[in-house]
Write a protein that binds this ligand. Structure first.
Ligand SMILES: Nc1ncnc2c1ncn2[C@@H]1O[C@H](COP(=O)(O)OP(=O)(O)OP(=O)(O)O)[C@@H](O)[C@H]1O
Length: 472
């Protein structure tokens, strides 16, 4: 089907769909104020009454709007929100809350002031890569135990000098700061040497560029472009898993750059070896350098992020007060990812500025009831296995593997016990996640630990400690 640009009619259909998907309250607050202006060259433009609404819709709903527009046949790549000449931009190929650079025709300001030295360094927008978010710097990255290794590795790479580990592979769950760290590396490298040719892009964008080059018979240019950069950064590499030709091209680009001693930085949602449908030769290349993971946030890190954001938002909303205990409450209750945490805080500030009151505990519970409900702690089997392995200083592969040596088998049984008591997973499911063991083995393990808990104080203490840390 040949898609057309957006019209009043398609916008009407999308509004209906949004009403269904985000609920009446959110719809009235965020979508009703949007005034559809026009749609040209795949860019749909809206007037918004305030910067805040534009920014909020861009961060939280632009992806959904674009998706709904596609589903009703509107050929829209990007939505743009304008207020008095400023605009918020979201691109279907760019992550939400990334911004379009000053070099772009849709240039816009972001609410947080950017560092002048870094801003100047963006002039050439890398080599056809995505635009870097000016907020994602090392200065704004809060370091805690769960991310200190990844942060140190990123810092080390950003310092430049001889390439010591190639690639740097950063991995971790959703919203834990992979993109933030990659942008921070790029900013610092650019700052150090403005002439460096740095390409940052998502694996999805790499694929689109590759397909476009194929279609337009520009493969030579494509190869030259990517093989002549000084630093290549590819975000969310898992996206190319299962996409054979893109993987092939990625593999050759990767090798060409490594041969030239050019730094490569890659991110993924899991360790290279665990990416399904990724060619073995790519997995093994990805493991050749330094592989570091960002662990799920802990309470202190979440509190640190919240405190930093409060400082930032206070500039935006001067005079707003936040009651004692609110940040601690949020850090305790919202234990998913940092993006959710940031969104929650931003929502509170918006609400408090609308009603002109301090952010109290009552307002927090009221305004964030949906987020708080959704964040009710769900402990995963993987998390338990990881924590128990760390606690007993054994490898995760040993925990899941076949060895029956007591020093491994006992922690394994403790992990099985915790899986049974802290998750809703069935015994066969737990068995599968422990290297395909039978459910009777799990049952036996759980029973054994139940007995030992009573007799062995050390085991009881260990279990209690692990339980508390998992539930934190
Ligand atoms: N340690 C941190 N300090 C400050 N901000 C953080 C930190 N970690 C994450 N954030 C913020 O959380 C948001 C999500 O982070 P980011 O986009 O880097 O996550 P990601 O790991 O790339 O997630 P995804 O898997 O969705 O790509 C960003 O606004 C980022 O600035």
């Amino acid at each position: 089907m040949e898609l057309g640009c957006m019209t009043d009619e398609t916008w009407g259909q999308v509004q209906d769909a949004l009403l269904n998907s985000i609920g009446e309250h959110n719809y009235k607050t965020w979508i009703t104020p949007l005034d559809f202006l026009d749609c040209e060259d795949g860019v749909a433009r809206f007037n918004v009454p305030t910067n805040f609404i534009g920014n909020w819709v861009n961060r939280n709903y632009s992806d959904q709007i674009i998706r709904h527009l596609h589903s009703v046949g509107a050929k829209v790549r990007r939505v743009e929100f304008k207020v008095g000449g400023q605009s918020r931009v979201a691109d279907s190929s760019v992550k939400p809350n990334q911004t379009i650079s000053q070099g772009s025709p849709q240039a816009k300001a972001v609410p947080v002031p950017r560092s002048a030295s870094v801003a100047e360094a963006t002039d050439d927008d890398a080599v056809g890569g995505a635009v870097l978010d000016s907020r994602f710097t090392f200065d704004s990255f809060v370091v805690g135990k769960p991310n200190e290794l990844a942060h140190a590795a990123a810092r080390r790479v950003a310092e430049g000098g001889p390439v010591t580990f190639n690639p740097l592979f950063l991995y971790g769950g959703v919203g834990l700061g992979k993109t933030h760290l990659m942008h921070a590396i790029a900013w610092q490298m650019k700052h150090r040497d403005p002439n460096l040719r740095i390409v940052y892009l998502s694996a999805e964008q790499f694929m689109y560029r590759f397909v476009q080059a194929l279609r337009e018979k520009q493969m030579l240019d494509f190869k030259q472009l990517f093989r002549s950069v000084d630093v290549l950064m590819v975000d969310d590499v898992q996206f190319i898993a299962g996409k054979d030709s893109t993987q092939d091209e990625f593999f050759h680009t990767f090798n060409a750059l490594v041969d030239q001693q050019k730094q490569i930085i890659i991110s993924g949602d899991r360790a290279p070896g665990e990416i399904k449908d990724m060619e073995e030769r790519i997995k093994s290349r990805l493991q050749c350098g330094l592989v570091v993971d960002l662990h799920p946030t802990d309470y202190e890190l979440r509190l640190g992020v919240l405190q930093q954001k409060v400082e930032q938002y206070s500039l935006q909303y001067p005079g707003l007060q936040i009651a004692d205990g609110v940040l601690e409450f949020l850090a305790h209750r919202i234990s998913t990812n940092v993006r959710v945490l940031e969104g929650a805080l931003m929502r509170l500030f918006a609400m408090a500025s609308l009603v002109g009151r301090e952010i109290s505990m009552e307002m927090t519970q009221d305004c964030l009831s949906d987020v708080l409900r959704a964040s009710e702690r769900k402990i995963t089997i993987e998390e338990i296995q990881r924590r128990v392995s760390e606690h007993y200083n054994i490898r995760l592969s040993e925990m899941i593997g076949p060895t029956r040596v007591r020093t491994i088998a006992r922690p394994r049984q403790i992990a099985m016990y915790l899986c049974k008591s802290l998750t809703t997973r069935s015994l066969p499911e737990i068995g599968r996640r422990f290297g395909g063991r039978d459910h009777t083995t799990i049952m036996h393990g759980v029973k054994r630990i139940d007995e030992l808990r009573v007799k062995d104080g050390q085991i009881a203490d260990d279990i209690e400690l692990l339980r508390r840390s998992l539930e934190a």
